[in-house]
Design a protein around this ligand. Structure first.
Ligand code: ADP
Length: 453
């Protein structure tokens, strides 16, 4: 069967069954993204007002964290000068206040949990229970309508409420995103490409702060869930990772006891010690989702430097190398499902078999293309609008290599007692938005699988 036919049949099957999926527990990171599109004149005036010399000191080297307005403006200039992204923690209250007064053009849901809650609950209508480290009114307002719940404890009893009914008056966890286009000019600096600088006024998500409801009532919360997706651990460092990972271990044990399979959305974790600790815990998860950079970074900490290097040299990434890496990871950790995504195709290695695993990938690829094409996907019918985005032809070689090496047909092969499933994706040439597209892919594929079981 041609890919187009496989795509439409997979979509129809999942659309008719996705509402049968039970509650999805999402933990731990949710924040507010406040996006400011920089204006050259405004930025110059701000730099002059606080002292250009002092600000320019930071255009050569970023500070470790932001302690004053000079460092904030200097760090933004550092990003512009190089066209490189950077993210720093904003420590000082007065600088946070300065950023608030400077304002934003757009507020967006941020954090993987927030993004997935809006997609699964708000778009697909799959009920979710979300961990929101701090529920301010601003944060609550970013949740879509739909079956999205947060736990609240009243008189010792657990209730599940929509975030807007939580009436939380907690802190704002704001990630101030300062965006600039390619060629953006300020003083004598010119951005070689578009990018952003992020100043995080957030004391909660970087440390994976876990709410008291989740400490004290986790068994009950887990009892309400059918599957779980864990994310947001990438910001941990060797200084602060012990406690949150111990709590996570406890949570995973409870989920395991209750037969709730958990997926880890593995984002790039720069601290090698934390990355290693996460790999060591992977056996407690049913599933993991990652891209080529993340898979390579895991191969590095497992001591497979050669594979890591190969994963990053070819474009599109060589699927046989990816499969080797996935087998290494599966053997080392015992994780039953590994979902790899890259620009142009997805692969998933599972310890179980069935066409539904591939069909869930097709659904995810359609959702990703819809997101890239439309920016905001309002409902599941919007996902179908991506059917006219062409299936990526550049990965023909990838499909051939998989057929030759593993005898793959229609995206499915049996390899060493495992199933390997592949799909070529639909690529939007001029995407409206690619923010959170990885989260869209992983959560759609994971939940799609449960819809078809
Ligand atoms: P992020 O963390 O920004 O979401 P990821 O690397 O996890 O980034 O996910 C990006 C994925 O999105 C890529 O692997 C690719 O499959 C998909 N993708 C990126 N750009 C497009 C596009 N224009 N059209 C369709 N899919 C895209």
């Amino acid at each position: 069967m041609a890919w187009n036919a496989l795509y439409s049949s997979a979509f129809e099957k999942i659309r008719s069954r996705i509402r049968n999926v039970g509650r999805v527990l999402l933990a731990y990171n949710t924040n507010i993204d406040a996006v400011k599109y920089l204006d050259g004149g405004d930025l110059e005036r701000r730099v002059e007002a606080v002292g250009k010399d002092e600000v320019f000191r930071y255009t050569d080297e970023l500070p470790e964290r932001i302690e004053n307005v000079h460092q904030l403006l200097g760090s933004i200039l550092w990003s512009i000068k190089r066209g490189k992204a950077a993210e720093l923690f904003v420590e000082s209250c007065s600088t946070r206040f300065y950023m608030r007064r400077w304002g934003w053009d757009e507020l967006r849901m941020g954090g993987q949990v927030g993004i997935m809650a809006n997609l699964l609950g708000g778009v697909y209508g799959v009920p979710v229970i979300a961990h929101v480290p701090q529920l301010s009114r601003l944060q609550a307002g970013l949740f879509k309508d739909g079956p999205i719940y947060v736990p609240r404890v009243e008189n010792g009893k657990l209730k599940l409420l929509h975030p807007r009914d939580f009436s939380g008056d907690e802190e704002n966890c704001v990630h101030h995103i300062y965006e600039f286009p390619r060629g953006f000019t300020v003083f004598d600096l010119k951005a070689p490409r578009e990018n952003r600088f992020i100043g995080s006024a957030d004391d909660y998500n970087p440390n994976v702060h876990i709410r008291p409801e989740f400490h004290e009532h986790f068994e009950e919360i887990a009892g309400e869930a059918e599957v779980a997706i864990i994310s947001g651990l990438q910001t941990l460092t060797k200084e602060n990772y012990h406690e949150p990972l111990e709590t996570l271990r406890g949570h995973l044990e409870v989920l395991e006891e209750r037969g709730v399979p958990a997926h880890l959305e593995f984002a790039f974790t720069s601290d090698e010690k934390v990355r290693k600790a996460l790999v060591d815990m992977l056996g407690l998860f049913h599933s993991v989702g990652l891209n080529e950079v993340e898979l390579a970074s895991i191969m590095e900490v497992l001591g497979n430097r050669a594979i890591a290097k190969k994963l990053l040299t070819n474009d599109p990434v060589d699927p046989v190398t990816v499969t080797d890496a996935m087998f290494k990871l599966a053997e080392k950790t015992g994780v039953k499902r590994i979902h790899f995504h890259t620009y142009g195709y997805y692969l998933v290695l599972t310890g179980y078999k069935g066409e539904y695993v591939r069909d869930a990938l097709l659904f995810a690829a359609l959702a990703a293309a819809a997101k890239a094409k439309l920016g905001d996907v309002r409902n599941i019918d919007d996902v179908a609008k991506a059917m006219d985005v062409p299936v990526n032809e550049r990965v023909g070689g990838v499909e051939e290599a998989l057929a030759e090496q593993y005898g793959m047909r229609e995206g499915i092969a049996e390899v060493n007692g495992h199933q390997l499933a592949f799909v070529p994706t639909r690529i939007v040439v001029r995407p409206k938005s690619t923010v959170g597209i990885g989260d869209t892919i992983s959560s759609s594929a994971f939940v799609g699988e449960f819809a078809l079981r």
